[in-house]
Design a protein around this ligand. Structure first.
Ligand code: PLP
Length: 316
């Protein structure tokens, strides 16, 4: 055998993985031990659906909504796992409890799995369930939460709904990654994709809202129906702020008084510059600030809270 160049040790070094706990193939594992066969079609074909919930101050937020979306996605893709909602809930709670994390990003995945003879027929594959809890992460850094994100409206088209149903949460991210490189090339922090009909769509891991003359709007097609997006609808309804899901032209976004994005990873996050131009005053806006405060206040109310039962610390 010829001598190969020295390899990176990153993949073998457990310190280069975030701390956390995973569940796969019937076992709870430290994060760095959760490894997948390269023959899994979730990896080879992005043939998978998934969801991400978060734990804030020791409790899940809107877990039921994430579970419903996940089970609906599996049905749409002809996938199934040998667990019902109650068992998946238990697994997710256990991952978080075992990790000890009070603020966590909790992902659960169903991949197409593998088939013994590498058949291309997806019906031959045995679907695989994986879940993990790692520290909570956000689309926006603390600095970006303060001053707002700079977003590039790219000409990258979000994969059309006729090809991949965007309401089934999926790993078809090459359009998103292309958008991110286009945005970085223009000095922006993040990217927004378009729908091919002159309207905006969504970005890498978030929905977008525009506020004009006191009313909020967000795209209704070619997007994931985000759980955080739904929370913003609920908050706006409580505040008496009109909020609609409709087509939004690129120009509507650029003329908005305030713009923000929503994701489980970070909540509601301000956008203060688009393509180098200030949004409104160029600072986080008053309505955004009220929605942001209401979003985190909702985490304290019982309505959407599902507390994790952590093991008693030793000696107690
Ligand atoms: N759109 C896409 C493509 C996403 O991947 C995500 C979340 O990861 C969102 C929107 C926001 O959805 P949610 O608020 O449920 O996290």
């Amino acid at each position: 055998m010829r001598k190969l160049p020295e390899l990176s040790h990153r993949h073998a070094d457990h310190r280069s993985y975030p701390p956390g706990v995973a569940y796969m193939d019937g076992q709870y594992l430290p994060m760095h031990e959760a490894k997948l066969s390269v023959l899994d079609y979730g990896f080879l074909h992005s043939d998978a659906t998934y969801d991400v919930a978060h734990v804030w101050e020791g409790a899940f937020f809107r877990l039921e909504d994430h579970l419903n979306r996940f089970f609906r996605g599996m049905d749409a893709l002809h996938m199934s796992v040998p667990y019902g909602k109650a068992q998946v809930t238990e697994i997710l709670h256990n991952c978080v409890a075992l990790s000890g994390l009070r603020q966590a990003y909790v992902e659960f995945i169903c991949t197409r799995g593998t088939s013994p003879d590498f058949s291309r027929d997806p019906r031959q594959a045995e679907n695989r369930f994986i879940a993990f809890a790692i520290p909570f992460g956000s689309v926006a850094s603390e600095e970006q939460m303060q001053h707002g994100l700079h977003m590039a409206v790219t000409d990258v088209q979000r994969i059309p709904p006729g090809s991949v149903d965007p309401t089934v949460k999926n790993y078809h991210w090459l359009d998103m990654v292309k958008g991110l490189y286009a945005a970085y090339g223009r000095g922006a922090d993040t990217a927004l994709l378009v729908d091919g009909n002159g309207n905006i769509s969504e970005g890498p891991g978030f929905n977008v809202f525009a506020i004009k003359d006191g009313a909020a709007a967000t795209p209704d097609t070619s997007v994931l129906l985000g759980v955080t997006r739904q929370t913003v609808f609920d908050i706006c309804a409580q505040m008496g702020v009109p909020c609609s899901a409709r087509n939004l032209a690129v120009e509507d976004l650029k003329k908005a008084d305030e713009v923000f994005v929503t994701s489980t990873a970070g909540g509601v996050m301000p956008v203060t510059r688009i393509d180098g131009q200030p949004v409104g005053t160029g600072r986080t806006g008053p309505l955004f600030n009220r929605i942001l405060a209401a979003y985190w206040q909702l985490h304290d109310s019982g309505e959407h809270r599902d507390p994790v039962m952590y093991p008693e610390p030793a000696g107690k």
